[in-house]
Design a protein around this ligand. Structure first.
Ligand SMILES: CC(C)(COP(=O)(O)OP(=O)(O)OC[C@H]1O[C@@H](n2cnc3c(N)ncnc32)[C@H](O)[C@@H]1OP(=O)(O)O)[C@@H](O)C(=O)NCCC(=O)NCCS
Length: 187
C-alpha cells in the first residue's frame, strides 16, 4: 500500500478489479484521453491486468478513495535504472470522481514514490492537447511542458497534438517538501 493525502494505491487484483477496469477502458469519454485504441474485450483487458510485470521496470496500481472505493488505475512505466527516469500514467475511470483533487494527489504520491523510494531523478508523461483537465492537474503538481508534438496521434477520426511534460526530483522537493524527506539530495 502507498498512502497519499486522501488516496491509497494498492497492487491490482485481477479477479477483484477486472469488471470495473473493463468498463472504464470501453467508456469513450475516458478513452478519448488515452493513448490506446479501444474497444477492448474482457479477455484483452484481463491479459493487460494479469501481465507479469518486472517491478523494476513497470508498476501498475489501483487508486482507492478514503472509503476504499476503486476509482481508477495508475503507474510508473518504462522505468530506466540507468537514466533513473519513468513515465507516469493515470486513469480515473469513474467519471464521478473527476475534478475533485484525487488526480493531483495520485500524481504527487507517485512522484514521491518514484523520487524517494526508487531514487528516480526525472518523471515524464504525455498528455493530449485536447485534455486541459489533465494538463491542469499535472501543472498543479509541478510538471513543466517540454514540447508539443503536433498532430502526432490519430484518435477517433482526428489528428491530435501530444504535449510532453516532466518534473525533476529537485523541482518536486522544492514545491512539495512535505512529500519528501528533509535534505533529499538533488541528483
Ligand atoms: C486527468 C485526470 C487524471 C485528472 O484527475 P482529476 O482528479 O480529475 O484532477 P484534479 O481534480 O486533481 O485537477 C483537475 C484540474 O483541472 C481543472 N479542470 C477541469 N476541467 C477543466 C477544463 N476543461 N479546462 C481547464 N481546467 C479544467 C479542475 O478545476 C482542476 O483544477 P483546480 O484544482 O485548479 O480547480 C482524471 O480526470 C482522468 O483520469 N481523466 C480521464 C483519463 C485521463 O485523461 N487520463 C490522463 C491521460 S494523460
Amino acid at each position: 500500500m502507498i498512502r497519499g493525502e486522501r488516496i491509497t494505491l494498492r497492487p491490482l487484483d485481477v479477479d477483484q478489479d477486472l469488471e470495473r477496469a473493463h468498463c472504464w477502458v470501453n467508456d469513450l469519454e475516458v478513452t478519448r484521453f488515452l493513448g490506446f485504441e479501444g474497444p477492448l474485450t474482457r479477455h484483452q483487458e484481463h491479459e493487460i491486468l494479469a501481465r507479469e510485470r518486472d517491478p523494476e521496470q513497470d508498476i501498475m496500481l489501483a487508486i482507492l478513495t478514503e472509503d476504499g472505493t476503486h476509482i481508477g488505475n495508475c503507474g510508473l512505466h518504462h522505468i530506466s535504472r540507468t537514466s533513473r527516469k519513468a513515465e507516469l500514467g493515470i486513469m480515473i475511470g469513474d467519471k464521478r470522481y473527476w475534478s475533485q483533487g484525487y488526480g493531483a494527489d495520485v500524481v504527487k504520491t507517485l512522484c514521491a514514490f518514484g523520487f524517494v523510494r526508487m531514487n528516480l531523478q526525472r518523471i515524464e508523461l504525455g498528455v493530449f492537447g485536447h485534455n486541459p483537465r489533465a494538463q491542469r492537474c499535472y501543472t498543479k503538481c509541478g510538471f513543466q511542458v517540454e514540447g508539443r508534438f503536433r498532430r502526432s496521434i490519430y484518435k477517433a477520426g482526428e489528428y491530435r497534438d501530444e504535449i510532453r511534460m516532466a518534473i525533476l526530483r529537485e523541482e518536486f522537493a522544492a514545491q512539495f517538501p512535505e512529500r519528501v524527506p528533509e535534505g533529499m539530495s538533488e541528483t
